[in-house]
Write a protein that binds this ligand. Structure first.
Ligand code: PLP
Length: 377
């Protein structure tokens, strides 16, 4: 039997599934003549806030700017330390740097891959102003514990929810224990537009108003109150996102069902499978296994037409040029450095077919059976 090609993304299939609705939405925006800060954006912001059960959402051009503008609107900048983890996409630390603040990188926790809350207090100094938990791979960080420490030290909390839309903790929702939630709608995220997009969501009306100003050259109506940015979410993207937002719950359920297929098929291999704390709702932006010979497994899958990727092969503090001409505090990164060498993301998107996921499982099992994973533990 010839190998089935299994790609890493389902964007085009998703478009085909929703083609009529999406084409109509795009056509209506084109005919309306309202392309920037128009009614589609306003409607999307209302629907997104309601989806997240928060008061306000502000559409932006990217998740990176969502973080940056959140920091600036909270008054964070030069001289301030912001704690996050080194096990995240580059933009988390980059946005702290762009705000002029100092990234303080603590290690991730080995089972959840999220910021290790046990290490938080030791990283706090008199200059610390904020914490940025990342809901990595779609699994919420331990927000109640983070909020408790933040409360004790008077710190702001900014959630990097670029990978976690629709996720829930056991006793808490995204946004319930923070000042602001930052989202990304770049195409490969769980809710993606056709290109770049982002948003913040918050219950703090003043903060939302400041971010509205910052995204539009410091202007709310006519006059400019401050220096700002050009960081708006276009109405075309907003119209597409309105169609797709209605599907996010269904897609998350499909992602969880696919994760269960992987979980049971791969349970008896030496691979380390994703961990979900009891009662958490993981949204599996990525399904990440760990394996000592990660490169071997990735290469084996590739020879059978299956694309698996690594998130993230180089931790922030090991990137070229780090720390880019500024002091950055890096705590021990034992877990993050090990993850960088061992993580492999298997194909995971709602449009993945049963035949395709079975092929991924079959080839992964074959590789393990041939001794590949003997080196895995
Ligand atoms: C994607 C992502 C971002 C950045 O979002 P963009 O829309 O690409 O700017 C930030 N943080 C994390 C964890 C991400 O995955």
């Amino acid at each position: 039997m010839a190998d089935l090609k299994v790609g890493f993304y389902g964007h085009v299939r998703q478009y085909h599934d929703l083609k009529d609705e999406i084409d109509r939405a795009i056509h209506e925006v084109l005919e309306s003549g309202s392309y920037v800060l128009g009614p589609q954006l306003a409607e999307f912001e209302r629907e997104l806030a309601s989806f997240l059960n928060l008061q306000e959402a502000v559409g932006l051009n990217s998740g990176t700017d969502a973080l940056l503008l959140a920091f600036l609107a909270l008054g964070l900048g030069p001289g301030d330390e912001i704690i996050t983890t080194s096990n995240t996409f580059f933009a988390t630390a980059e946005a702290i740097w762009l705000a002029g603040a100092t990234p303080v990188l603590i290690d991730s926790e080995s089972k959840t891959h999220n910021l290790d809350v046990q290490l938080l207090e030791a990283a706090i100094t008199p200059k610390t102003r904020a914490i940025v938990p990342v809901h990595l791979y779609g699994l919420p960080a331990d927000m109640p514990a983070i909020a408790e420490i933040a409360g004790e030290y008077g710190l702001s909390v900014i959630e990097d929810c670029a990978q976690g839309i629709g996720a829930r903790g056991d006793t808490f929702a995204i946004g319930e224990h923070s000042d602001v939630v930052c989202l990304s709608f770049i195409i490969q995220k769980n809710l993606g537009c056709f290109g770049d997009g982002g948003a913040v969501a918050t219950n703090n009306a003043d903060l939302a108003a400041r971010i509205r100003k910052l995204r539009n050259h410091g202007s709310l109506k006519r006059s400019h109150h401050s220096i700002g940015y050009n960081s708006r979410l276009d109405d075309l993207h907003a119209a597409v996102l309105r169609v797709k937002l209605r599907k996010v719950e269904e897609w998350s359920a499909k992602r969880r069902a696919l994760a269960r297929i992987y979980d049971s098929a791969l349970a008896d291999t030496p691979l380390r499978l994703p961990y979900t704390p009891a009662e958490y709702e993981h949204v599996f932006h990525l399904y990440v296994v760990e394996c000592a010979d990660r490169d071997g497994l990735q290469a084996h899958l590739a020879t059978h037409g299956i694309t698996a990727l690594t998130h993230y092969p180089i931790a922030i503090h090991q990137q070229e040029g780090f720390p880019w001409g500024r002091p950055v505090r890096v705590h021990a990164q034992t877990v993050t450095e090990k993850s960088a060498a061992t993580v492999l993301s298997l194909p995971m998107y709602p449009e993945l077919t049963r035949e395709e996921i079975d092929a991924v499982c079959r080839e992964t099992l074959a590789w393990c059976a041939s001794g590949g994973a003997q080196k895995a533990s």
